[in-house]
Ligand binder design. Sequence first.
Ligand code: ARG
Length: 459
Amino acid sequence: MAKLWGGRFSKNTNELVDAFNASINYDKRLYQEDIRGSIAHARMLVKCGIIPEADGTRIVAGLQDILKDIEAGNFEFSVALEDIHMNVEARLTERIGDAGARLHTARSRNDQVALDMHMYMKRQIVEVAELLLEFEKVILSVAKQHDKTLMPGYTHLQRAQPITFAHHLLAYFNMLQRDFRRLLGVWEDADIMPLGAGAIAGTTFPIDRFYVAEQLNFKNVYANSMDAVSDRDYVLDFLSFASVLMMHMSRLSEELCLWSSTEFGFVELDDAFATGSSMMPQKKNPDISELVRGKTGRVYGELMAMLTTLKGLPLTYNKDLQEDKEGLFDAIDTVKFTLQVYRDMIATMTVNTDRMRWAVSHDFSNATDLADYLVRKGVPFRKAHAVVGQCVAYAIKEHKFLLDMTLDEYKQFCELFEPDLMEALDPEHCVNARVSYGGPSYVKNDKQLEKGEAIVKEQ
Ligand code: ARG
């Protein structure tokens, strides 16, 4: 196959080089952007009097036909033509002749690929934002159903203090909200239009870059042609957003694995969202959560790979930059898939409220409340802490929990204990006593829920 850049070469490219050099197998997903970008470029060339109007008309019609062919699956991509840009351009020229050969006036693949990537990134940001929002809504609705579901909260994976399931889920909602904000931040740098930078130093033709930006809905235009063809900051920003989001999803995944174990038994995944074992007939495994946890590492790797690719690159374009695609595409696919499957998995899982309630009534997670009780009777907190520590040690020895001890047993440790201590130990009381801002009491949680619902509605 003749190369579009073949003029100065006297030999055909080695087949291995063709295969190694080509990006078409993955950059073909940029076809829409490549064609829309070329149409905008052609219209600009006509407007600025750089190519005849008749050629512009032929180019636009030819590109629209190619778009239809690709969408109908009637386009054969060629590895020898390297990438999406040359596949489309070569086919166009094959179909419309010289007019097609004029399309690349005042343009290089360096600014063309940058344009495609910016456009693709903007489209993906919108799609990911929508999925993130849907998932946030599911988290909020499950939280709403469980605003009074008591459970133990953990630190060091040891029972710590009573909370509600809603409070736990709302913690994730807040993380996801920050992820959403970070994603919107990626938009700023994606919304800069690079075309017209040429290969490195702009062009001798009287182009209008702002007209291209206007046609393609870009807010800004790169102010420096060398920056325009070298910059991949927006790719890094997306990968960094994706890494933090996946880290949050991975923490939730770890909790789902724990909660769906027999030892916890707090949730049961719907049968449609779990898998079995080919050997052990009893098994119901949380594979999706494990996979999300696993895939998180891959997304981190993609961020590291891109940072590493960029760190030693001299300005401006170097072929290393072609390596910006596979990792980014994989991260986008992973994030979208994760959000979709989690949206449906969390919406359908069964929450074992009785089991959670039982757990929080059979532990020492109410011990802080007993210390607070003594503080209210005038005991300094450090002393109260020590007294309750002794009560706990005693209870453990007697195979009891704090609620099982009699007033006489309590009096051995402090004269200030009265019958009302039992109320202080009730897990529901413990939760509702925590009325500090951001705390888990039903009232404060309802406020957090309302606020969350209002935020999501606005977005
Ligand atoms: N496939 C290339 C990439 O993704 C397109 C730009 C190639 N430019 C060049 N001068 N070889 O980066």
